[in-house]
Design a protein around this ligand. Structure first.
Ligand code: GAL
Length: 413
C-alpha cells in the first residue's frame, strides 16, 4: 500500500471512530464510578443503576471504573494505588462498617451529612445502618443495598439423586448430608472458592458454634479467638472443608458457583448476590445450619472521594444511589434488598421478599469477609491464614494466627 493510501485509510479510521463515539458527547462532564461489579448479576445490577443515573442526571456521563474480582480482591488494591498517586475516581464502592472507617480515618472520603438531611436519607434508612455509617456525628457514604452472607445454595437435582429431602438444621446434619452425597458419587459436594469465600464458610460455622453475641464478641474483644469455642468451630470447619473441591484456592466465587450449576457439587455457602445468578427452579436456599434466625449482613455503599474531579456529578450519582427508584432498579437485578425501608416489594423475587422480612425481624451480625465487622488489614491476615490452612491443614497454626491477628486489630470501644 502506498504512503498516500495509508494516510487516507488512517484518516477514514479516525473519522469513523469519532463518529461512533459521537453518541457519548465528550463535552458532557464524566463521573467515574469505581466498583468490582464487572460480570453476571453484579454487572446487571450496576447497569440498572446507571440507567437510572443517566435518566436523572442528563448533564453527566457515566464512566465505568469497575475492576473484576469477587469481594473486590483486585479493585481494592487498584483503588489504594490510585488514591496514593492522587488519581482517585469520583466515587467508589465500599462496605459499610469497619471498612468504611479505614477510608474515613485516612481522610479519603468527604462528609455527606448535609446531603443526607437534604435528601431525607436519615428517615429512609434503618437506624442501625445509619449508625454504622456515622463517625463522630458525620455520615460518609450512601448505602445502596443490604446483602445476606450466611446462606447455603443447593442444587435440588443433585440432592434428589442422592435421596436428600430434608434441610439440615445443625452442622452435624449438614456434614451427614455431605457424606451421603459423597457415597452417592458426588466426590466434592461442597463448592468452595478462594480465601475470602473460605472465610465466609468459617464465619457461618462460628455463628453456629458461638451464637450471635459470641460471634459479635470476636470483633470487639469480648470473645477469645484462642478459646475452646473457636477451637470447636475450627474443627467443624475442617470437617466441612474435607467435602469441598481440592482446587478451591484457584476459584473465585463464580467459578465455585459453576460447580453447583454443573451439578458437580450440591451446595455452596455464599452471599445472596448468588440469587441474581441462580434463577432456575432447580435451586433452593436455606440459612446456614445452626445459625437460627441470624442475618449476617453487609452493605455496599458509595462515597464522594476526596479530590473527586467532578463533585457535582458525583452528587447526582449519590442521590440516585439513595433514591427509591435507584434502589429498586439495582436490587431487583443484584439479589440484595434495598437499604431503604420504603421500597415496595413488588418486582422482587420470592427469595428477596423472604430476605426483606428476615431483615426486619432477624438478629443482625456483621461480616468480616465483607468489611462490616473487620477492617481491610484484618481481613487480609485472616485470608492468608485460611489459604495456609487450606494447603497444610494445621489447625493449631490457624488458631494461633487468628488469635494474633485479633490482638492486633480489635478496636475496643
Ligand atoms: C461483596 C459485595 C457484593 C458482591 C460480592 C461478590 O463484597 O458486597 O455486592 O459484589 O462481594 O463480589
Amino acid at each position: 500500500m502506498s504512503h498516500t493510501w495509508r494516510v487516507l485509510l488512517a484518516l477514514i479510521l479516525t473519522l469513523t471512530t469519532a463518529a461512533a463515539c459521537g453518541s457519548e458527547d465528550e463535552s458532557v462532564p464524566e463521573v467515574e464510578i469505581f466498583s468490582w461489579w464487572a460480570d453476571g448479576g453484579e454487572k446487571a445490577g450496576l447497569d440498572a443503576l446507571v440507567d437510572e443515573f443517566t435518566e436523572r442526571c442528563p448533564g453527566e456521563r457515566f464512566v465505568n471504573g469497575a475492576v473484576a474480582g469477587g469481594a473486590g480482591v483486585n479493585a481494592k488494591q487498584e483503588l489504594t494505588s490510585r488514591i496514593q498517586r492522587k488519581d482517585p475516581p469520583d466515587t467508589f464502592q465500599v462496605h459499610a462498617g469497619a471498612e468504611l472507617l479505614d477510608h474515613i480515618d485516612a481522610g479519603q472520603v468527604r462528609d455527606l451529612t448535609t446531603e443526607y438531611d437534604t435528601w431525607g436519607l436519615r428517615d429512609a434508612l434503618p437506624a442501625g445502618l445509619v449508625d454504622d455509617l456515622t463517625v463522630n456525628g458525620k455520615i460518609y457514604s450512601v448505602p445502596v443495598n443490604v446483602h445476606r452472607a450466611n446462606v447455603v445454595w443447593a442444587n435440588t437435582e443433585v440432592l434428589a439423586a442422592a435421596g436428600i429431602t430434608r434441610t439440615p438444621k445443625t452442622v452435624d446434619e449438614f456434614r451427614a448430608d455431605l457424606a451421603t452425597l459423597r457415597k452417592a458419587g458426588v466426590e466434592a459436594p461442597l463448592a468452595l472458592g478462594r480465601d475470602w469465600t473460605q472465610l465466609m464458610l468459617l464465619e457461618s460455622v462460628l455463628i453456629s458454634e458461638l451464637g450471635p453475641d459470641g460471634f459479635d464478641g470476636l470483633f470487639t474483644g469480648a470473645t477469645a479467638w484462642d478459646g475452646a469455642g473457636v477451637r470447636a468451630a475450627l474443627r467443624e470447619y475442617a470437617g466441612l472443608l474435607d467435602y469441598s473441591n481440592r482446587d478451591r484456592d484457584t476459584r473465585d466465587w463464580p467459578q465455585a458457583e459453576q460447580l453447583l450449576i454443573d451439578g458437580t457439587a450440591a451446595y455452596q455457602v455464599m452471599g445472596d448476590w448468588e440469587a441474581a445468578d441462580l434463577t432456575a427452579d432447580t435451586y433452593s436456599w436455606f440459612t446456614f445450619p445452626g445459625n437460627g434466625t441470624v442475618f449476617q449482613w453487609l452493605a455496599d455503599s458509595f462515597v464522594l472521594a476526596t479530590g473527586a474531579p467532578n463533585p457535582e456529578g458525583t452528587d447526582c450519582w449519590l442521590r440516585t444511589v439513595g433514591s427509591v427508584e435507584g434502589q429498586r432498579a439495582f436490587n431487583a437485578r443484584k439479589g440484595s434488598i434495598p437499604a431503604r425501608t420504603d421500597v415496595p416489594g413488588k418486582g422482587f423475587t420470592a427469595y428477596q421478599k423472604a430476605a426483606m422480612k428476615d431483615w426486619r425481624t432477624a438478629t443482625p451480625v456483621p461480616s468480616c469477609a465483607h468489611g462490616s465487622a473487620c477492617p481491610q488489614a484484618w481481613q487480609n491476615v485472616i485470608n492468608t491464614a485460611l489459604s495456609g490452612f487450606s494447603a497444610d491443614g494445621d489447625l493449631t497454626a490457624l488458631q494461633n494466627s487468628l488469635a494474633t491477628a485479633a490482638g492486633r486489630f480489635v478496636r475496643k470501644p
